[in-house]
Design a protein around this ligand. Structure first.
Ligand code: ATP
Length: 551
C-alpha cells in the first residue's frame, strides 16, 4: 500500500464535513453500520438515497465500459478465492501497512499517517514506587509542546508506569531534548509510539467446518486478481482480441488500521476495476515498425483514437484521459480533480507508471482512483504459481506473448463520498412568504442523482389534482426514479427534494386541470433544482423531456 501524496496545502474544514455527515444520516444517504449496537468501526450502510446513488454510480461506470465500447467485457467473480491467488499476487507477503501503537492508550495508527510534531522530548529510564520499593525498568518518553512545564510530561510518564504495576511511581533518569518534526509520538497525548511493524490488511476466514491452517482463506482485498485468473476463460468465450479489457465491480475488504474520514477509508468497500490488456512494446514494434509513446506529439494530440502503434505509455495516458472525462460526465469538474503522476520512488514494485486521480475533499486532496501500468507482472505471477499458461497468440501480430495491462481502479464508496461533498451546497431561496431563507441543496448531476424527479399535486385535499398527479407519476415511472409527495406546503416539499438532490420537480396545479382555460390543460410546471426556474411542459412530452435531461 502506498501513501497517497497530498500535492497542495489543505485547510481542515471539519465543519463542512460535520454538516455533510449529519445530512447523510438525516436524509438516509449513509448510516453507521450496526448503529443500535454502538456501531462497528470502518463499516457503513447506505440508506434509501445512498443505495440509489451507489447504484447509479455503478451503472454509469458499467455502461461506459461495456455497453458503450466493444472492447471491454464484464466479470462477476466470487469474493473468496483460492488462497494461492494471494500468494501469487504478493498480498500474503507484502499487502501490509506499517503500524505503530501508543504505549499509553494502545491506540493504533498507520505510521505514515502520524503528523510530524516538534517540541521537547522527555526521556525516562524507568520508575520507582517509594512506598513499596517496586521498580520498573521500561524506558519511556513523552513529547510536550515548547513552553509547557516538565510536570505535564511527568504526569503522562506516571500513567505509563502505573499501568506497569506501580501504584505511586516516580519517573527516574529524566533527560530533556528538543526535537523537530518527529513522527514517533502520539499527537493526541504525547506518548511514545512503538517501533513501526508491518500489519497485513487481509481479512481472514475459514472455508469449511474446520478452522485449520489448511482451510484458511481471505476476503479479497481487491477485485482485480479474479480478472487475471479468469483471463483465459474470458478470452476463450468472448472472442475479444488484445487490446481488450475485462471489468468488474464488487466488494473488497481491508482490515485498515485507522478507518477514517467518514466512508473514505473503510474496512468493507466496493471497487470498480478494469484490466485492459495490451500488446508488449516489442510486439508493437515488430507489427507497426515503431512504438508511439508520450514523446510523440501527434499521438498525444489524438488520444481519443487508439492506434496499432501505441505502446503502453499511450494506452496508460489514454485511460487517464478516459477516466477524467468520465468523472466530468457525472459532475466532478476538472478543477476539483488532481491528476497526480507518482514519482519513481513512490511506485509499487510492479508498476511502470501510476497516476492517481485525486479529489479535493473537505478533509484534504485524496485518492479516488489509481491508474497503474502493471506490465505483465500479474499474468506472469499466476502463470508461475498455477502452472497454467497465460500466453496469448496474437493472430494479427503473429506472435505469442503474455499481455501487458493497464489498470484503472476506482472505489465506489470514495466516489459516492466525493459526489456527496461535491453536491453539498447552501444557498438562499424564498420561503412560502417570499422571504429569503438558507436552503441546503445537493447539486448532484442528474445522471447520478438518487431520485430524478419529484411529482407533487399542488394540494392534497383536491381529489382531481391528486389523481392527475398519480397519473403523471405512473407515466414517468417506467423511465425514471420518481418520488411522489403530497404532504405539506409545496415550498416544503421542494426543500425536501433539494436536500435529496432531486434535479426536477413536477407540480400538477389547477392549470393542469384546464380550470384557467384550455391552452394550459394537461401541462405541468417543471422546476429545475439549481436555477429554480419553472417552465410549462405538456404531460405527453414530459417523459421524453426528462429522459433527455437525465441521460
Ligand atoms: P490508499 O492509499 O488510499 O489506501 P490504495 O492506493 O491502497 O489506497 P488501491 O489499492 O489502489 O488503493 O485501490 C483502488 C481504489 O480502491 C482506491 O483508489 C480507492 O478508491 C478504493 N479503496 C482502497 N482502499 C479503500 C478503503 N479502505 N476504503 C474505501 N475505498 C478504498
Amino acid at each position: 500500500m502506498k501513501n497517497t501524496p497530498r500535492p497542495m496545502a489543505e485547510e481542515k474544514t471539519g465543519e463542512v464535513m460535520e454538516k455533510i455527515v449529519s445530512l447523510c444520516k438525516r436524509r438516509g444517504f449513509i448510516f453507521q453500520s450496526s448503529e443500535i449496537y454502538g456501531g462497528l468501526n470502518g463499516f457503513w450502510d447506505y440508506g434509501p438515497l445512498g443505495a440509489e446513488l451507489k447504484r447509479n454510480i455503478k451503472d454509469c461506470w458499467w455502461r461506459s465500459l461495456t455497453q458503450r465500447r466493444d472492447d471491454v467485457v464484464g466479470l462477476d467473480a466470487s469474493i473468496i478465492m483460492h488462497p494461492r491467488i494471494w500468494e501469487a499476487s504478493g498480498h500474503t507477503s507484502t499487502f501490509s501497512d506499517l503500524m505503530v501503537d501508543c504505549l499509553l492508550t494502545r491506540k493504533r495508527f498507520r505510521a505514515d499517517q502520524v503528523d510530524p510534531q516538534s517540541g521537547i522530548a522527555y526521556f525516562y529510564s524507568g520508575a520507582r514506587d517509594e512506598a513499596t520499593g517496586k521498580q520498573c525498568a521500561d524506558p519511556f518518553s513523552v513529547l510536550v509542546p515548547r513552553g509547557k512545564p516538565p510536570e505535564s510530561a511527568r504526569k503522562t510518564a506516571r500513567q505509563f508506569y502505573q499501568q506497569r504495576g506501580l501504584e505511586n511511581p516516580t519517573p527516574e533518569g529524566e533527560r530533556a531534548e528538543p526535537i523537530e518534526s518527529t513522527t514517533r509520538y502520539n499527537p493526541e497525548n504525547g506518548s511514545l509510539l512503538t517501533e513501526p511493524r508491518p500489519f497485513n490488511l487481509m481479512l481472514k476466514t475459514y472455508v469449511g467446518p474446520i478452522e485449520s491452517a489448511d482451510n484458511l482463506s481471505y476476503l479479497r482485498p481487491e477485485t482485480a486478481q479474479a480478472i487475471f485468473v479468469q483471463f483465459k476463460n474470458v478470452l476463450d468465450v468472448s472472442r475479444q482480441r488484445v487490446p481488450f479489457g475485462i471489468c468488474q465491480i464488487g466488494k473488497a475488504f481491508r482490515n485498515e488500521i485507522n478507518p477514517r474520514n467518514f466512508t473514505f477509508r473503510s474496512r468493507e468497500f466496493e471497487q470498480m476495476e478494469l484490466e485492459f490488456f495490451v500488446r508488449p512494446d516489442e510486439v508493437v514494434q515488430k507489427m507497426a515498425g515503431s512504438v508511439a509513446g508520450l514523446a510523440d506529439p501527434q499521438a498525444t494530440a489524438a488520444l481519443d483514437t487508439p492506434q496499432t502503434n501505441w505502446g503502453w505509455e499511450l494506452w496508460h495516458k489514454y485511460w487517464v484521459e478516459q477516466r477524467l472525462k468520465w468523472y466530468e460526465s457525472i459532475g466532478l469538474s476538472r478543477d476539483r480533480l488532481v491528476e497526480y503522476w507518482q514519482k519513481k520512488d513512490e511506485l509499487a514494485h510492479y508498476a511502470r507508471a501510476t497516476v492517481d486521480i485525486l479529489y479535493k475533499f473537505p478533509f484534504g486532496t485524496q485518492e479516488l482512483e489509481g491508474i497503474a501500468a502493471r506490465g505483465d507482472f500479474d499474468l506472469k505471477q499466476h502463470q508461475q504459481f498455477s502452472g497454467k499458461s497465460m500466453e496469448y497468440f496474437d493472430e494479427e501480430a503473429k506472435a505469442k506473448y503474455v499481455p501487458h495491462v493497464i489498470e484503472p481502479s476506482a472505489g465506489v464508496d470514495r466516489l459516492a463520498l466525493a459526489l456527496i461533498c461535491n453536491a453539498y451546497c447552501e444557498d438562499q431561496a424564498p420561503d412560502e412568504k417570499g422571504n429569503l431563507e438558507t436552503r441546503v441543496v445537493m447539486r448532484f448531476h442528474p445522471r447520478i442523482a438518487p431520485i430524478k424527479v419529484a411529482v407533487f399535486p399542488l394540494l392534497k385535499n383536491k381529489p382531481d389534482l391528486v389523481s392527475k398527479a398519480k397519473q403523471v407519476r405512473d407515466l414517468l415511472r417506467p423511465h425514471l426514479t420518481v418520488f411522489y409527495d403530497e404532504a405539506g406546503a409545496i415550498g416544503r416539499r421542494y426543500r425536501r427534494q433539494d436536500e435529496a438532490g432531486t434535479p426536477f420537480g413536477v407540480t400538477i396545479d389547477f392549470d393542469t386541470l384546464g380550470e384557467k382555460g384550455p391552452e394550459l390543460k394537461d401541462t405541468v410546471t417543471l422546476r429545475d433544482r439549481d436555477s429554480m426556474k419553472q417552465e410549462r411542459v405538456k404531460i405527453d412530452e414530459l417523459a421524453a423531456v426528462l429522459v433527455q435531461k437525465v441521460s
